[in-house]
Design a protein around this ligand. Structure first.
Ligand code: SF4
Length: 417
């Protein structure tokens, strides 16, 4: 039996390529090798890997993950950072990934190797063929230069990818290509916050990982995307007598120009208002970050602080600084089961600033325990993106289906109706 090793660059390029390879080589043992240290940042790399795993699972193809040796890749393309896509840097990048794949193929006893890069409409077929054949010769194996783009293959690839709701990246992969393509906006693809910020790669990765698990249990899954006005906290602090007071910043707070120095001029219940730049202080007991229950339309710079500081705030001069940014983003809602199920359990996909959030293992346990109820349409599990920003995921579900989420798991993994 012939053995073919397939270097895989991403799920959209793999979905049709692997299907065709299966048809054309029905008796071959086919194995996938995900070796792509060119992908930045790491969350994006993981996201593409998880989606590739999903494609391979569906086709029953074993997948091996290569090393994420990003430093070696950076070294390889050093001096070619400004090259345009399809230029010399890309040639080096193909050589780097194909060389490692050929080496792996040789070590594992494969006689032939190929790459899903051949499927990508943005890559030069001839350039890849040349790279692959040269490297194959060096390792005394053969390279399959399969042009599955022809005869409607590219269109079929897009159709399969859309049907399976596969994550589709909007840049090739590396940091250099990203900056060439998006300019300074590339920074937003690269920032990585602790936790899972609404609309972030981390949030998508969480959702996609759960999807992979749900599909392994053969549960029906459907994903929907929704756009929203996103909010980013860049930096902020509130001080009294040069002492920083513990605080969280409420989502949708606007930036403070320079530094705001003022006194509390009015207080309503547990909310204190400063005399400068609309700054608001909310006193909390217990002190923990709290999700917004309603979307917030006013943009007071708002700090959440422990209740024990109430008298200090009322009798002192307060100094506050804050930098935030508003940008449009996309988040997701994932429905596991039937939307018409009687019990619709909502789980936030994002996390709070204090790190609280639902873990993947918690959701996996829930899916395993209730898999029968989900499969028979009695219960559905809804993974809700951007939930901490005014229950955006739940609201989107209501918009989509006309019914409410009727049970919730909160950020601290408490289940309540
Ligand atoms: S643009 Fe794509 S192919 Fe070119 S170097 Fe970057 S990751 Fe590699």
């Amino acid at each position: 039996m012939s053995k073919i090793l397939v270097h895989i660059c991403c799920a959209p390029d793999a979905v049709y390529f692997l299907k065709r390879l299966r048809q054309d080589f029905p008796h071959a043992y086919i194995k996938g090798f995900f070796y792509d240290p060119n992908i930045h940042p790491y969350e994006e790399y993981k996201l593409r890997y998880v989606e590739t795993q999903r494609v391979c699972n569906e086709l029953g193809i074993e997948l091996e993950e290569g090393e994420y040796d990003v430093e070696a890749w950076m070294e390889k393309v050093k001096g070619y950072e400004k090259e345009p896509e399809r230029g010399e840097r890309c040639k080096l990048c193909f050589d780097f990934r194909l060389e490692r794949s050929a080496k792996f193929a040789k070590e594992e006893g494969f006689t032939t190797f190929t790459t899903t890069l051949l499927m990508s409409p943005k890559k030069k077929f001839e350039q890849l063929k040349e790279s692959g054949e040269e490297i194959a010769e060096k390792y005394s194996i053969s390279f399959l230069a399969l042009n599955y783009r022809k005869g409607g293959g590219t269109q079929e690839m897009f159709t399969l990818s859309k049907d399976r709701e596969i994550y589709h990246q909007d840049y090739c992969g590396c940091v250099h290509g990203l900056f060439n393509q998006k300019g300074e906006l590339a920074v937003w693809d690269l920032v990585s916050c602790s936790g899972r910020q609404p609309g972030s790669k981390e949030e998508t990765l969480f959702i996609k990982s759960i999807r992979a698990f749900a599909e392994e249990l053969s549960l029906p899954v459907k994903e929907f995307e929704f756009p929203f006005l996103n909010w980013f906290l860049l930096e902020g602090k509130v001080e009294i007598d040069k002492k920083i007071i513990p605080s969280f910043v409420e989502p949708y707070s606007q930036s403070i120009r320079g530094v705001a120095k003022g006194e509390v001029y009015k207080h309503v219940g547990d909310e204190l208002y400063l005399s400068k730049q609309y700054v608001k202080i909310k006193l909390l007991e217990p002190f923990q970050d709290i999700p917004l229950r309603e979307p917030k339309l006013t943009t007071h710079p708002t700090f959440l602080v422990p209740y024990e500081y109430r008298d200090v705030f009322l009798n002192s001069r307060v100094t506050a600084t804050l930098k935030t940014e508003f940008r449009s983003s996309v988040s997701r809602l994932m429905v596991i089961g039937n939307v018409e199920a009687e019990r619709r359990v909502g789980i936030p996909a994002d996390t709070l600033q204090d790190g609280a959030g639902v873990s993947k293992s918690f959701v996996e346990e829930l899916l395993s325990s209730y898999s029968k109820d989900i499969a028979t349409g009695r219960l559905s599990v809804l993974i809700l993106g951007a939930e901490s920003f005014g229950r955006l995921g739940s609201r989107f579900f209501k918009e989509l289906t006309g019914v409410d989420v009727n049970e919730f798991v909160d950020y601290r993994q408490n289940v309540f109706v």
